[in-house]
Write a protein of this length. Structure first.
Length: 314
């Protein structure tokens, strides 16, 4: 009875810790938003327009009015400065939808001393920054089950507000939905979910022909298992507790199981021509942002397949 009471107490403590960490997200969001905008600004200069006329909101150039065109096409203000009639052309924007899913489940709150951010913070920073870059490039960005696709310049603020007012359970994987065949999907998670759940997610998201990227965000301690002696490991979502008498003896088996889990994920993504990569929170957020953004831009052209195959070893 005493053992059961002790276990129940540990479970309650774990649940309260996870709930408290999720509540602190509201306080940390302003810092995360600022950091996201900072790293997004560092790569904004590398963006290039599509440089052709067509439907869009961004001004491209003036051109001479051609006889036979509707007179309402004339930009009279510009024409008044010259002896010719001019038409204002917008830059062509072939916007498609990019769905971003940052895992906000309790396990993402973990951060060891070697990490720059918690997994949750890193996932949100990169999600916000990538959304800003994509919108600046003419794309629409949404969050499955949380925010409809938008091309608003205030996309980060819309994302942050939708998360702050989200009362649903914090899922590790995106909810079931059917993206369009031309959609791109980016899932940022620690992917410690069972392989059966990951396979089901991939099958659902890819059924329409959409392509995507899975990024496993992990803490340095989850890579190397730097523990020794008697350690209690608390599962933050189920609240279960596992005690290791000599944790250092678990390291070899742990590393092997992590490698196997990743190979299973990679095998599934390879079948679908999706990309799978890993990112450790001791590394730079800008590094992951550049990887994702450059890969997505390359995927829009004829080099998509070559880019994905080259990225599989990342």
């Amino acid at each position: 009875m005493a053992a059961e009471t002790k276990h129940a107490g540990r479970e309650i403590t774990a649940i309260r810790r996870a709930d408290g960490e999720s509540r602190t997200l509201a306080a940390s969001l302003p810092r995360l938003v600022l950091e996201a905008r900072r790293i997004a600004a560092n790569v904004t200069h590398g963006l290039h327009g599509r440089r052709r006329a067509g439907p869009g909101e961004s001004f491209w150039q003036y051109r001479r009015f051609v006889s036979g065109e509707p007179s309402q096409n004339v930009d009279w203000r510009r024409s008044a400065r010259d002896d010719h009639l001019y038409v204002r052309e917008q830059e062509w924007e072939a916007a498609h939808t990019v769905w971003l899913w940052p895992d906000r489940s309790p396990s993402m709150a973990f951060a060891s001393r070697q990490a720059r951010d918690s997994k949750l913070e890193r996932g949100l920073i990169v999600t916000f920054a990538l959304a800003e870059l994509l919108v600046a490039g003419g794309e629409r960005v949404g969050i499955p089950g949380l925010m409809s696709p938008t091309a608003s310049s205030s996309v980060i603020d819309k994302m942050a507000q939708s998360m702050l007012h989200d009362e649903a359970d914090r899922l590790s994987l995106p909810p079931s939905f059917v993206p369009s065949a031309l959609a791109e999907i980016v899932v940022l998670s620690d992917f410690w979910s069972p392989m059966s759940e990951i396979r089901a997610m991939l099958a659902g998201l890819s059924a329409s022909g959409a392509h995507g990227t899975l990024v496993q965000i992990v803490d340095p301690a989850e890579e190397s298992f730097p523990y020794s002696g008697r350690i209690e490991f608390v599962e933050p979502e189920a609240g279960s507790v596992i005690t290791a008498g000599r944790a250092e003896k678990w390291a070899t088996d742990y590393v092997a199981r992590v490698a196997l889990h990743r190979e299973e994920i990679r095998a599934e993504t390879n079948k679908l021509d999706w990309l799978f990569s890993t990112h450790t929170t001791s590394r730079s957020a800008a590094e992951l942002l550049l990887f994702l953004h450059s890969g997505m831009m390359a995927n829009k052209g004829s080099t998509r397949t070559a880019t994905v195959k080259a990225g599989r070893s990342a």
